[in-house]
Design a binder for this molecule. Structure first.
Ligand code: ADP
Length: 424
């Protein structure tokens, strides 16, 4: 068993965990991301661990149980502070799970007060007077009001969170945060004396988050999006450093698999093709017809890999996706494509690929699972929210694997070749 960790994090979804880990690494922490609660003690020497759960939209009782299991494991690794990470658009239903999980963690940690803020100014999520903005508009005008699983129809986070918890919810507003950490500490003392258990915190810039950080030093539990993470490593005497993101040297062949149909990914696929790189589209209808599309793709890739990165993609524009979904069903189409891409990822690694970019949140989950990856060490950022990661030797047939998991709308147009340059 290795040294004790400083910060123990619990993330309610997979790419959100990577996003948090990325911010911690940029602030100087050495970070490992665990896929689910590990069965064993941590093997690596790191400052923080992010346990990635998939608990955002499951039943509240189940989300609580998984989060408490993660808490116990993190405590056993020595974590001095716990960070519950949720989405920067505060994705939740009236039943939870942000409120119930926060409550359960507070109780388990014996603390009567914590903060809650999804603010992430780098990605244009800001909180002002308790109201969450996504870009230029309030949350409930951002498209999130139509989300299929977690429609967000009220931008006032004090009200949203109050509906999910027995604790009284209050606000640490912008005027207080602007005056600095001491003013925040005084406001916290005042709120506690009034019986407030959780306070939404305003933040409209990274400066706000950096001012907030020191005021959270003694808090056993912090709950937030990934933004607050930029201000916490300093509390442990850690400063940004290049060394935090150093991964083992990369080698082997290079490939990209993409099951994301987001706008940014469509541009990235096009840009890769226009650069003259080999790319193969896979057709969901042929998968549905029983063709072994994965075997075809692997046979196509085999002779090309020696000459540089190849791309296998199901990425398509909205109209084409709708038409496939109309014929196969939304979930069936998604699951079928995810399975096929995961099988292709596994086959590519068997062919010697050791640098793999995966595009798509759900697609990433499927690939990481198929590759048998349990832990990822987090390295340098390729683009905001997307770092290179390294899976230890047990994955990828004993050789280790560099892998980047890109959620839908992240990354510049040249992401699919830029990623490999960053790794050099
Ligand atoms: P993103 O991060 O862009 O949302 P995801 O991987 O999370 O990407 O989600 C994309 C979903 O769409 C996956 O379930 C994937 O299997 C599915 N999908 C990918 N390509 C197609 C396609 N051509 N037709 C229908 N569904 C697709």
């Amino acid at each position: 068993m290795s040294g004790k960790i400083l910060l123990g994090c619990i993330a309610d979804d997979f790419t959100g965990a990577t996003d948090l880990a990325n911010n911690l690494v940029r602030a100087g922490m050495r970070v490992v991301q665990a896929i689910g609660v590990p069965a064993k003690p941590l093997a690596a020497e790191v400052d923080a661990v992010v346990v990635a759960l998939k608990s955002r939209t499951i039943a509240p009782a189940e989300a609580v149980a998984q989060s408490l299991e993660a808490l116990r494991w993190l405590q056993a690794q020595g974590a001095r502070q716990i960070y519950f990470k949720y989405c920067s658009t505060f994705d939740s239903t009236p039943a939870g799970n942000i409120g119930p999980v926060t409550e359960a963690l507070m109780e388990a940690l014996g603390c009567d007060f914590t903060i809650a803020t999804p603010a992430f100014p780098d990605n244009k999520r800001t909180v002002f007077k308790g109201y969450l903005f996504a870009g230029e508009v309030l949350l409930n005008e951002s498209g999130m009001q139509n989300h299929p699983l977690t429609p967000m129809t009220d931008p006032n986070l004090v009200r949203v969170l109050q509906a999910q918890t027995r604790h009284r919810v209050g606000l640490i507003d912008h005027a207080v945060v602007a005056r600095g950490a001491q003013a925040v500490r005084e406001r916290i003392a005042q709120l506690r004396s009034e019986g407030i258990g959780i306070a939404i915190v305003d933040a409209v810039s990274n400066d706000d988050l950096l001012r907030l950080g020191p005021a959270l030093a003694d808090m056993p539990l912090v709950t937030a999006g990934s933004g607050v993470a930029i201000g916490l490593p300093g509390n442990f005497g850690i400063a940004p450093s290049f060394a935090a993101g150093v991964l083992p040297p990369a080698g082997g062949l290079q490939a990209v698999v993409s099951g994301s149909c987001s706008l940014a990914t469509n541009r990235q696929v096009l840009s890769f093709i226009q650069a003259g790189r080999p790319a193969l589209a896979i057709d969901p209808l042929r998968i549905a017809a029983g063709v072994d599309v994965a075997a075809e793709a692997l046979a196509w890739a085999a002779p090309l890999l020696a000459d540089g990165p190849v791309l296998v993609y199901s990425t398509a524009e909205a109209g084409a996706v709708k038409s496939v979904q109309g014929r196969l069903g939304v979930e069936e189409a998604g699951a079928m494509v995810e399975r096929t891409i995961a099988e292709i990822a596994r086959g590519l690694v068997a062919q010697g690929v050791r640098q793999l970019v995966v595009a798509g949140g759900e697609t990433s989950g499927a690939c990481v699972q198929a590759l048998g990856i349990a832990q990822l060490q987090i390295g340098a950022q390729i683009d905001p929210g997307v770092p290179w990661c390294h899976a230890p030797a047990e994955a990828a047939g004993g050789a280790g694997l560099h892998i980047a998991l890109k959620s839908g709308n992240f990354g510049t147009d040249d992401f699919f070749f830029k990623a490999f340059t960053v790794l050099e």
